[in-house]
Design a binder for this molecule. Structure first.
Ligand code: KG4
Ligand code: ZN
Length: 346
């Protein structure tokens, strides 16, 4: 089965073809980061227009790179939410109509399910069940994952997402957009111990997150400091440590609570090297295993959408000719697949 995936939920246009026999055949990504950088964040209308410009050229690229044509597709998967309404409509309109024209099924994919399943594209793939930590620009959540579509939400951010906190802090420090990689880079020159920020909501039970207070603590520190490069690096380091510590504490708690030994971590912030290494240590202490997507698939991409689409289409899920963008969409509302088509269970 050969599935085309389209990702246009935010500021990345991602197109990929996944084949159930041969694996990922090709993927292309166009990042709009430079377009939004001067505004310090994503401008929704500019994002939608740029997706319109990029989807068709990228589609042509993946077909020519694989020597295939649209006629070779067995289905089309597109991100239907959560995300920016206008941006979602671009991938949805093109994906749905292409599938109709080809006479193949289409499937609407939840962006966070795409992230959640992205480590399954790697070797070794995690077997179900597992604990998932999803950390992106729009979401921070912990889920008990029993199978595809069988997601019990254990905790989520009550305000800013982890990636959003990175982006806002980078803006405060004058480090540009997107903030995550900029903070991580600045932090490398930071002196440990000069600043210390709170680890929000770790002093009480529960698995929810809150990152807006941390941002306020950074605002105060920035207001009281000179913005020389060393101070910026020191604040970046202390901020990254606070976020990573918070995520580690909550993952540890969730692992204890669920008894899972396998931890899957995905979404843009999972590209963070410090987070990857600290999570590795955490599961190492518990004789468990941690699974990440490859770095290129930590952030948004079409491969994870093609893969999630394959899982759902192969299980027989279909949708009508109409399509809807769902800017808000809960992960635990997705239909569960009883029989997973790929041999992912241990
Ligand atoms: O998953 P993603 O590409 O898009 C959303 O679904 O939101 O995540 C983007 C987020 C941004 O907030 C970005 O700053 C953050 O991921 N990010 C990072 C790193 N690379 C990207 N955060 C921390 N460290 C990184 N290396
Ligand atoms: Zn994402």
């Amino acid at each position: 089965m050969r599935i085309l995936g389209l990702e246009t939920s935010c500021d990345d246009t991602g197109i990929a073809i996944y084949d159930s026999e041969a694996g990922l055949l090709a993927h292309r990504l166009y990042s709009q980061a430079a377009l939004h950088a001067e505004f310090g964040g994503v401008v929704p209308e500019l994002a939608s227009r740029d997706h319109i410009r990029k989807v068709l050229p990228l589609l042509h690229e993946v077909f020519s790179a694989t020597g295939t044509s649209p006629r070779d597709l067995d289905g089309v998967a597109y991100t239907a939410g959560p995300g920016l309404a206008g941006a979602l409509l671009v991938g949805g309109a093109i994906g749905r109509s292409l599938a109709w024209a080809l006479g193949v099924p289409a499937i609407a994919i939840h962006h966070m399910e795409g992230h959640l399943l992205s480590p399954l594209l790697e070797e070794p793939a995690p077997a179900f069940p597992f604990l998932a930590l999803l950390v992106s620009g729009g979401h921070t959540l912990l889920a008990d994952v029993r199978g595809i579509g069988r997601y019990a939400l254990l905790g989520e951010s009550v305000d800013d997402a982890a990636g959003e906190a990175f982006d806002k802090t980078a803006k405060l420090l004058g480090l540009g957009y997107p903030g995550g990689p900029a903070i991580a880079q600045a932090a490398e020159a930071g002196q440990p111990g000069r600043y210390r920020f709170p680890r929000p909501m770790t002093d009480r039970p529960g698995l929810d997150f809150s990152f807006s207070g941390l941002k306020t603590a950074v605002v105060t520190a920035v207001e009281d400091a000179d913005r020389d490069p060393q101070t910026v690096a020191d604040i970046a380091l202390a901020f990254q440590e606070a976020v990573v510590d918070t995520l580690i504490i909550k993952c540890d708690r969730a692992l204890q609570l669920t008894g899972h030994r396998r931890l899957v971590v995905a979404g843009g912030v999972s590209a963070n090297r410090e987070l990857r290494s600290r999570l590795g240590e955490l599961v190492g202490r518990q004789a468990g295993a941690v699974f990440f997507p490859r770095l290129a698939f930590s952030t948004d991409n079409g491969a994870m959408i093609a893969f999630a689409g394959y899982q759902r289409l192969a299980a027989g899920l279909r949708e009508p000719l109409t399509f809807t963008a769902q800017p808000r969409w809960r992960l635990d509302e997705l239909p569960a697949l009883n029989d997973n088509p790929s041999p992912l269970r241990d």
